[in-house]
Design a protein around this ligand. Structure first.
Ligand SMILES: NC(=O)c1ccc[n+]([C@@H]2O[C@H](COP(=O)([O-])OP(=O)(O)OC[C@H]3O[C@@H](n4cnc5c(N)ncnc54)[C@H](O)[C@@H]3O)[C@@H](O)[C@H]2O)c1
Ligand SMILES: [Zn+2]
Ligand SMILES: [Zn+2]
Length: 384
């Protein structure tokens, strides 16, 4: 089958790989119909995630048709059209029981923090992902969800990560009626977080990035105020000034390890890899939130130590909350939001690209070319 193949930092290509097989009675094999490229894939692409092995296929956001099921699978059948949450979860462990599906204790033997994730290095379990024609789906009765007939396929694929992650970013912020919410990052996740902040009662939503076309997109889509941090003398001082020097009620980090804007953080986190990424946006979020406020972190960082102003966290009495989104927990209410038109995820998709052109697709998404917000790869069998 055709599959994306990681060859080392900034090098991915399309290759022929062996078809996946059922390895366990609870597995399914899914023929992929759509798979996205995510900001999380850029951490792998740039070589910042430990134990990302050459030969791995990325892709944790995908939809498909069930092609084959193991002998114990009962809830889905061959021919079902499914969307598959990016978290691989057993459904039974103590964490899954609390609906912490991103922290499953069974699906990732390599770590005690994150659970298994499709196509996300051996630190997330070593599973191959969906940027391919076929993918093996473990615990097939737990993750996959049959796509409602009325749902557009582009909406469906964004339910596997972008919509739940943006929503959970706002939810973890504990936003209350009348709050001012600042979202760092105008990628798909930040834009969706800004959109969802209104659902929790925000009175003012501000997005910070430095890519003009993304700021324009956020302004219209969220809708919100949006600012280029390069045009602000200091983003933290700007946020304080515009909130009567109190600070924002809630700050959301939707940037993560690849953040720009601080030479020191870039050197330590992106060039020398001495910390788990560049924590510039997180730093700004901590310093720009008001005393007693909440910083919600969905931006992904590596597992090693990272410089953040912990003294300010303590002295300001802040709450820091972060996690991988618990996709399965949120799906019922988010499917309803799409059905009723409260959320329109597919508007984020700017590029539909043949799977065979995966290498160009990564370059365009990574370099922020051609107005790219979100890219969907389409395998040959799903093109007409
Ligand atoms: N927790 C989860 O479950 C989860 C799920 C999906 C994605 N993520 C993470 O969310 C983050 C965003 O994902 P995405 O797909 O939107 O990525 P993306 O790369 O498309 O967007 C990130 C944006 O941040 C901007 N940026 C860079 N430095 C900045 C700074 N200092 N301040 C403000 N903006 C800055 C970039 O210009 C870019 O537009 C990534 O770290 C990704 O790994 C987390
Ligand atoms: Zn993703
Ligand atoms: Zn579990």
């Amino acid at each position: 089958m055709l599959a994306m193949n990681y060859r080392g930092p900034k090098r991915v290509r399309i290759d022929n790989k062996q078809l996946p097989e059922i390895l366990h009675p609870q597995d399914a094999i899914v023929r992929v119909t759509r798979s996205c490229i995510c900001g999380s894939d850029l951490h792998l692409y740039n070589g910042s995630v430990p134990d990302t092995r050459v030969g791995m296929t990325f892709g944790h956001e995908f939809t498909g048709v069930v092609e084959q099921i193991g002998s114990q699978v009962q809830k889905i059948k061959v021919g079902d059209k499914v969307l598959v949450p990016f978290n691989i979860a057993c459904g039974k462990c103590v964490f899954c029981q609390q609906e912490l599906y991103g922290n499953c204790h069974e699906s990732n033997p390599e770590a005690t923090a994150v659970g298994g994730i499709y196509g996300y290095s051996h630190t997330a379990g070593g599973y191959n992902g969906g940027q391919a024609e076929y993918v093996r789906v473990p615990y097939a009765d737990v993750g996959p969800s049959v796509i409602p007939d009325w749902m557009h396929p582009d909406d469906a694929v964004l339910m596997t990560d972008v919509v739940p992650t943006g929503y959970q970013a706002a939810e973890m912020g504990g936003i209350r009626k009348g709050d001012t919410v600042v979202v760092f990052g105008a990628g798909p996740i930040g834009i969706m977080a800004a959109r969802c902040a209104w659902l929790f009662g925000a009175r003012r939503v501000i997005v910070i990035d430095y890519v003009d076309y993304r700021l324009d997109f956020a302004r219209k889509y969220a809708p919100c105020e949006a600012y280029d941090f390069r045009s602000l003398e200091d983003p933290v001082v700007f946020i304080k000034r515009t909130t009567d020097w109190m600070g924002a009620d809630v700050c959301i980090d939707a940037v993560g390890a690849e953040a720009a804007g601080s030479a020191l953080q870039t050197l330590l986190g992106r060039k020398l890899l001495l910390q788990g990424g560049s924590a510039t946006a997180l730093h700004w979020a901590i310093n720009a939130v008001k005393k007693g406020g909440i910083v919600s972190i969905v931006g992904v960082y590596g597992p090693i130590d990272t410089l953040i102003p912990i003294g300010n966290v303590v002295s300001k009495g802040l709450t820091l909350r972060g996690n991988q989104a618990s996709v399965k927990r949120l799906l019922p209410r988010l499917i309803e939001h799409v059905r009723t038109g409260v959320l329109n995820p597919k508007a984020l998709i700017t590029h539909h690209v043949p799977l065979e052109e995966v290498s160009d697709a990564y370059r365009i998404f990574s370099d922020k070319l051609d107005g790219c917000i979100k890219t969907v790869l389409i395998p040959p069998s799903s093109r007409n």
